[in-house]
Write a protein that binds this ligand. Structure first.
Ligand SMILES: [Zn+2]
Length: 655
């Protein structure tokens, strides 16, 4: 049953209204069966003096852009309550005008834009109001006999209202029904949308939410979907299938997309269910989700068929649209495939993850609703109105310019430290999804977030590298950028003293692993929805070797030659291969404590002089190399392949 997460030890004192509001908002946000990814909203009504000492009634409502799970006091927008409530007296009001008016009612102009449900929250005559899209409630409302089912299960404790478009329409509907609230009413259930609860304390409103959702849960126990046991043979190569699917989805979207593949038992069983072709096409759990998942999932791998289906839906619905609309990209966001299971798609790794999370909850609620007589959702036009809601369309028009690598996937070897780490960080900051490979197990947590996948991997072991590629394709759907960086710099030794096993180890790590990586990457780069790019981290030693570094210099020279051949062979596939030659980058693992000092001493100069021993007297850092790497992977180098660019402050043996 839904857990009551209230803890007296953690809760603020009841008199502390604002802190209590923050506390229970976070409790709701932390439970994914109640609230998913920015869904739901909460509010509090307080009275406080303005600058002149006049008491004002204020509605503190969740601001847009804040997530309940992590909301703070600053995430609640203060609005003049009387103004907010008065809007409901209007016969009609466009949602964009409503949003504009609400902005003018803020008592703090730096507060975020308030939730579009502000009027509704303002109208409800309770101090605390909580709103969620709880799975268990949707399992009741999204059924063929939804209204009577909710009455049976929660009757007496809740007011049940038919579906209305969120925003002004819903606020008007609630305004017309406020009179029906009695002291016994603990909440309002909105059909095909979610639930509101309210109370005089944060705890009362929260615990009413938990109690009502728990009653709904008892009436709709989670169904366990079992596979029919029939094994579906994967036709062909799984990795190739996913990469092709990502390519097709990206073409449909007009931009590179991230795909996430989830092949667990529940997802596979749902995707293989003979009824899935019909049941999955009935629509999402709650109107909010349509922005993340599109109205329906794609079935199987035929992206073109889905695009045609989406265009037809747009044409049918556009005629009845509430405002002028521009078609969104017609690419699917959820794909159900009998071999792959649940595949989600997004413009970024976060978007793909959100679509996956939402759809996992959707499968669960569909199963419960089916057990209660049949899953039923909104009409196609209602879904269209939500997907093309003027407030959402306005957001799209105002969307900030995208970062340059959004939707692209990069792999960086040796990403736990030094140059590899700096490049991985820079790629992430430009919006790429990054796979870091390193022998250091800390690689898993070097960065956090949906766009990072760190895999412990010895790149000189072909089978480990192969397994890492399976994981990266499942997580992000393909590959656009390869940074060949992992390498070792053995202790200095003369040729006479060089042991063959040391020599071979250096060549295996610095050179052979590069070949293996490129071999594995080629089919993925070739199918990249943008241009595939390879950047090889060479060394100044290629052009200007030093005594005592035979194995290192030979390995980097051979690696450079490998890159040049790759540039020749792969140009026809649109793949660019370039090399960067850094020198004297002292903030890397090679230069452990003391090494720099002993080198400087050997040359009879200070550490500072040793650091900047180049024509420009410039110190080169990992971040400098990462900045050059980013440029070489970007538009400035879009017509360059086979190039070698030094980053060494100028070296008189190289220029
Ligand atoms: Zn809602």
């Amino acid at each position: 049953l839904t857990e009551n997460r209230w803890r007296d030890d953690d809760a603020p004192p009841p008199g502390d209204l604002v802190d209590s509001r923050v506390y229970t908002s976070r409790l709701l946000g932390s439970d994914h069966s109640l609230v998913l990814h920015g869904g739901g909203n909460t509010s509090l009504k307080i009275t406080r003096p303005d600058l002149f000492g006049n008491l004002e009634d204020i509605l503190l409502i969740k601001g847009s852009g804040w997530d309940l799970a992590s909301i703070e006091v600053a995430g609640f927008t203060p609005l003049r309550l009387s103004d907010v409530v008065r809007l409901a007296d209007l016969e009609s009001l466009s949602d964009s005008e409503m949003a504009r008016q609400l902005l003018t009612y803020r008592t703090d102009p730096s507060a975020p834009a308030p939730s579009v449900e502000a009027i509704l929250h303002g109208l409800l005559p309770y101090r605390f109001v909580d709103h969620t899209h709880a799975d268990a409630i949707l399992a009741l409302t999204n059924t063929t006999r939804g209204t009577s089912l909710v009455e049976e299960v929660l009757g007496g404790s809740v007011l049940v209202l038919p579906y209305a478009m969120p925003g002004f329409d819903l606020a008007r509907q609630v305004a017309q029904n406020v009179h029906a609230l009695t002291p016994d009413t603990h909440g309002i259930v909105l059909m095909n949308h979610g639930i509101f609860t309210f109370g005089e304390s944060a705890r009362e409103s929260y615990e009413r939410m938990i109690a009502l959702v728990s009653r709904a849960e008892l009436a709709s126990p989670a169904g366990i979907r079992r596979s029919d046991g029939k094994h579906v043979d994967a036709t062909g190569d799984r990795r190739a299938s996913i990469v092709r699917l990502r390519s097709d989805v990206s073409v449909a979207a007009g931009a590179p997309m991230i795909l996430r593949v989830r092949s667990d038992e529940t997802s596979l069983a749902f995707a293989r269910d003979p009824g899935v072709t019909e049941i999955s096409q009935r629509g999402p759990l709650t109107p909010d989700h349509v922005i993340r998942t599109k109205p329906v999932p794609q079935l199987g791998r035929d992206v073109e068929a889905f695009v045609n289906q989406y265009r037809d839906y747009f044409r049918r619905s556009e005629a009845h649209a509430r405002t002028e609309v521009v078609m969104l990209d017609p690419a699917p966001r959820v794909i159900l495939d009998p071999e792959l299971g649940l595949v989600s798609a997004g413009r970024s790794a976060v978007d793909a993850q959100i679509a996956e999370d939402i759809y996992r909850h959707t499968i669960d609620v569909i199963d419960r609703a089916e057990a209660l007589g049949g899953y039923r959702t909104l009409s196609e036009q209602d879904l269209f109105d939500m997907e093309y809601w003027e407030l959402e369309q306005a957001k799209l028009r105002l969307a900030a310019p995208q970062k340059s690598l959004v939707g692209q996937v990069a792999v960086v070897t040796g990403a736990a430290s030094g140059i590899g780490l700096a490049i991985a960080r820079r790629l992430l900051s430009e919006g790429a999804a990054v796979v870091g490979l390193d022998v250091n197990p800390h690689i898993a947590t070097t960065f956090s977030g949906a766009g990072w996948l760190g895999i412990t991997c010895d790149v000189s072991d072909g089978s480990q590298l192969d397994a890492a590629f399976d994981r990266l394709v499942d997580r992000f759907g393909g590959l656009d950028i390869v940074v060949v960086n992992a390498g070792v710099f053995p202790e200095a030794m003369t040729i006479e003293d060089t042991d063959l096993t040391v020599w071979q180890r250096v060549l295996r790590i610095n050179l052979d692993s590069g070949l293996e990586l490129l071999r594995l990457a080629h089919p993925l780069l070739k199918s990249s929805p943008v241009d595939g790019r390879v950047l090889v981290i060479g060394s100044k030693n290629v052009a200007a070797p030093g005594p005592g570094a035979s194995a290192y210099s030979a390995s980097k020279a051979a690696l450079t030659q490998l890159a040049r051949v790759a540039a020749l062979e792969w140009a026809a596939d649109g793949i660019r291969v370039n090399v960067v030659h850094p020198d004297a980058v002292f903030d890397t693992g090679i230069w452990a404590d003391g090494v720099l000092e002993s080198r400087a001493e050997k040359y009879g100069i200070s550490v500072e002089q040793y650091r900047t021993r180049n024509l420009l007297h410039a110190e080169i850092t990992s971040s400098d190399v990462a900045e050059l790497a980013l440029a070489m992977l970007g538009a400035a180098f879009s017509k360059t392949t086979g190039a070698q660019v030094p980053i060494d402050g100028g070296n008189d043996r190289v220029v």
